[in-house]
Design a protein around this ligand. Sequence first.
Ligand code: SAH
Ligand code: F3S
Length: 455
Amino acid sequence: MLRTVYIKTYGCQMNEYDSTRLADLLRESHGLTRVADPALADVLLVNSCSIREKAEEKLFSDLGRLSEWKGLRPGVVIGVGGCVASQEGEEIRRRAPYVDLVFGPQTLHRVPALLDDALARKPRVDIAFVEMEKFDALPEPRAEGPRAFVSIMEGCSKYCSFCVVPYTRGQEFSRPFDDVLAEVASLAEQGVREVTFLGQNVNAYRGARAGGGTADLAMLIDYVNEIEGIGRIRFTTSHPLDFDDGLIEAFARIPKLVNHLHLPVQSGSNAVLARMKRGHTVEAYRDKIARLRRVRPDISLSTDFIVGFPGETEEDFAATLALAEELAFDLSYSFIYSPRPGTPAAEWPDMERAIKEERLARLQAVNLAHAQSVSRAMVGRCERILIDREAPRGRGDLSGRTENNRVVNFPSPRRDVIGRFATVEITQALPNSLRGRLVAVETAPASSILTPMAS
Ligand code: SAH
Ligand code: F3S
């Protein structure tokens, strides 16, 4: 009899979300408990990612290791899902015949049936693209703490020339508006105070409404703003092209929409952006930021960069460095370009590895300096945080997040404040987190009445 499941997750927050929902599903269908140690699991699943290089190799070396459990404990089931599964399909079972089931991002909900087949010794591969079926089939989400992710759309139809997502997750489709509201309301009732809407291209959201017509992301935010208990709203990832005036107005109008935006720019060179097929120029990006800053002057911005895209000259790269300096991002993720099978850019001559690495190091130095100066400038300030858990390496500390998504750890003897908004004074900026002192805790849920704390 199966009792436990271990799920190893690679990649984006959507994959994290999918893994959580998969665990919910298997709890309901087979009574499985999720465990963090593969040694304790009867079902071993890998939710894979193929956004950048070596994903396939990493997957097969992981599978090799997991297969050893099969030798030690007969009856163990091994499954693979996610974007590598979607891309490789049958090839996975050819290279790793001990894999019992293969599922894609859109067939997550069929895993219970695949598992039954695996138990009947009928290994199967099901990586169909079946749009809404998954969301309709998943059980009510269970909140795990005061922050929750809600996937509102899937796939992407932008086809940036470097990106594998449209091929692995399929074309863009949005979940119905009323389904999303119901999910958020249910999470809020379970104590969730902050919700993050997820989508590969989240601001292209167009959810059908029960009474007819569609709702965009700005309208969704307006409605969620009214749900009792929800005190903070985030969304990721936005594409600059779809970041429209409606969203800028939402930032102007809705204080619960956090003072932070992740808006990938990828490059500071118009020639590179055109070859990436991003559909906008550096000027257009800069203009959107300027308009946003008119309504939220102190908004925190984060971004993604790709360095070493085919044909990127030293001048192109210098333009990226200049843009990073100019916009002084709060946090940046920079990646070395990695040719993805099946994408147009994979056909173009790839640059020498050493040049890419050298450029990455230069860009990261600029970005790190900005990120650290933002953190240092926070020292001495009071910040509103959502207290979300005990600090992992604790000494009894609690942990929360600021509006610009930085982690703050602070001492507190009280545990009943987890899940509440609070004010902390930032006392120290460390490389990956901040330290603070608790000043006041708001009464639950999400009201603004402050209870002073003795210091
Ligand atoms: N939907 C998002 C991005 C999803 S992928 C958007 O609109 O940009 C997350 C990040 O991975 C991208 O922003 C990009 O910076 C990086 N990335 C995607 N494909 C890549 C590739 N082939 N090589 C290197 N980095 C890549
Ligand atoms: Fe990828 Fe571009 Fe869509 S980066 S996820 S194809 S917006």
